[in-house]
Design a protein around this ligand. Sequence first.
Ligand SMILES: Cc1cc2nc3c(=O)[nH]c(=O)nc-3n(C[C@H](O)[C@H](O)[C@H](O)COP(=O)(O)O)c2cc1C
Length: 209
Amino acid sequence: MDSTIMERNAQKNLRKWNIADTDHEIFALIKQRWSTRKFKPDLIPETDLKKIFEAGRWASSYENIQPWRFIYAVKGSPSYTIIQECVPDNDTEWVSKAPVLVLTVYKQQRNDGSTNNHAMLNLGLCLGNMHIQAEYLGIAMTQLFDIDCEHATKSFGVPKGYSTYSVLVLGYYGDSEEVITREELEAEALIRKRYAQTDFVYKDEWKTF
Ligand SMILES: Cc1cc2nc3c(=O)[nH]c(=O)nc-3n(C[C@H](O)[C@H](O)[C@H](O)COP(=O)(O)O)c2cc1C
């Protein structure tokens, strides 16, 4: 990580707790990324948003179709309000603290008009790149899946042939230790548990437990 970004992350008080307790040593940005629901109000520079989308741009995709599309909105804008209206009621409060919301959309078809069965997977690869780039910049990115796609599609005039999929909530990690109780903090940390590799990686044959 270059020194400018390290300094800025230090200034943003990037949290040091809740780093994944991995079984094997891995890339630090993957260890430290997590889905926070506490954001600082600080605005994200447009140049950093461009870097995050650029990282997504270079993801691999089936037939290089690049089916991902995004509509982003900055807090205070009418489009931010629309995206906010699409999230479930119980998520509205924490989502509304984030400086940037992004609606994710994918193109359903291949260039020959047939269905692209890999479009959603490819959107996921794109989002994976974006997650890591955002983390590199000290920016948290939490995904919201259970959104009102119909409202989003209608409000933004997303054309036929495209599916609205999720909302990304972007902002600098909030000081969770200061703003939530120890119990809440522990509950958040618990979310970071994962299956052991032996539960999902099998050598040579399918394993049933
Ligand atoms: C496609 C997708 C949809 C998600 N939807 C939601 C959601 O609707 N609400 C939420 O609070 N978190 C959501 N998350 C975040 C997950 O709950 C979180 O990634 C998971 O619990 C693992 O925690 P971690 O990301 O902090 O390691 C979603 C994540 C993904 C990848």
